[in-house]
Design a protein around this ligand. Structure first.
Ligand code: ATP
Ligand code: LTN
Length: 327
């Protein structure tokens, strides 16, 4: 059995990018693997957060995890800050990393761009992400494409520590999907769909009403050519919508092109609205049942206990290898 680990930040409404890039992979992996799915609240505070909102968003993400099909009896679902070993190993891996490699991360460059000053956590964040993954001897990390560079750094750190101190960590692999790995903003297909974009019409959140989904898709930026053809470079708008269509329908891009030969964008978009609304409806219905049940918090406590038991074993090994603490 392989070990799987992934995390989502409790920083706002989970959108189609998060879902089709990462979350959609989570339930299918739990059949044949031992999975840990984490709500990474310590990552969220790399930028300022309102404490009340953060607490609420932690439970929102937990409920969505279960609503998309994660079974907390099979997988371990937990909150990062409830297992103190994340922060502990995070520090050790900060010490194992160089400032140069952290300054090179494109996410750091993007988030610090044009700002006079940013929090240090924004720079050291990939070492904490590496700690999340390496703590559990993870083999597979299902994520969106934007995390590729962070997974590479995690691998580099694992290999570096193993070379210096002897075999300490498992070297993990990222798992990226074809259609959903990089969903772009609906109003600007050159930018990643994001929780933080100002324009609500740039994204579809998993809990959006059908009327909002319809509006956002019908208004989505396309081009003047009018043919449903995949060409990310020259036709990024329609290509992005085709990726979403493919992810929800399971159809290949070639089949979608064939199906819409001779049709305009209007027909395609109408069908995409239906596919998206139908695809998200069961998640939304399930979410409402879970979010305010007492069971949810109990599940998270239990998850943290199970995660902590694994993490403590790794930490014992790490302290030993690094020469930390007493004999
Ligand atoms: P955002 O940019 O929307 O604020 P994020 O990337 O900062 O999100 P998370 O919520 O932690 O942070 O992301 C959870 C998962 O969603 C990660 O695996 C990430 O790779 C994936 N993801 C985020 N945005 C997209 C996107 N536009 N397309 C595909 N996958 C995405
Ligand atoms: N960095 C990720 C969230 C994240 C994560 C992880 C993903 C934190 N720790 C461990 C996979 C494994 C993001 O911003 N999307």
């Amino acid at each position: 059995m392989k070990r799987v680990f992934s995390g989502v930040q409790p920083t706002g409404n989970i959108h189609l990018g998060n879902y089709l890039g990462a979350l959609v992979q989570f339930p299918e992996l739990q059949q044949d693997n031992e999975c840990l799915y984490c709500i990474v609240d310590e990552h969220a505070i790399t930028v300022p957060q309102d404490p009340k909102e953060l607490k609420k968003h932690i439970l929102d993400v937990a409920a969505l995890y279960i609503a998309v099909g994660i079974d907390p009896k099979k997988s371990i679902v937990f909150v990062q800050s409830e297992v103190s070993a994340h922060a502990e190993l995070g520090w050790i891996l900060i010490c194992a990393s160089n400032t140069g490699e952290l300054f090179r991360m494109t996410q750091f460059k993007a988030k610090s761009h044009g700002k006079e000053s940013v929090g240090t956590g924004l720079l050291t964040y990939p070492a904490l992400m590496a700690a999340d993954i390496l703590l559990y001897d993870t083999d597979i990390v299902p994520v969106g494409n934007d995390q590729k560079q962070h997974i590479e750094l995690t691998r580099d750190l694992a290999i570096r520590v193993n070379n210096k101190y002897g075999k300490t960590f498992v070297v993990p692999d990222g798992r990226f999907l074809k259609a959903g790995a990089r969903i772009m903003a609906l109003d600007d297909p050159t930018a990643k769909m994001s929780k933080s974009a100002v324009n609500e019409m740039s994204r579809i959140s998993l809990l959006d009403e059908p009327s909002k989904i319809k509006k956002a898709i019908m208004r989505a930026t396309t081009d003047s050519e009018g043919s449903v053809r995949f060409d990310m470079e020259n036709k990024p708008g329609i290509s992005n919508l085709m990726n979403i269509y493919s992810a929800f329908s399971g159809k290949s891009l070639e089949d979608i092109e064939k199906d819409y030969e001779g049709h305009g964008y209007g027909d395609f978009k109408k069908d995409l609205v239906e596919l998206t609304v139908d695809g998200l409806a069961p998640i939304k219905a399930h979410y409402e049942e879970i979010r305010y049940s007492d069971e949810l918090v109990r599940t998270l406590h239990e998850g943290a206990e199970r995660a902590d038991a694994i993490a403590q074993k790794t930490m014992k090994r790490v302290r030993e290898k690094f020469g930390l603490g007493l004999e």
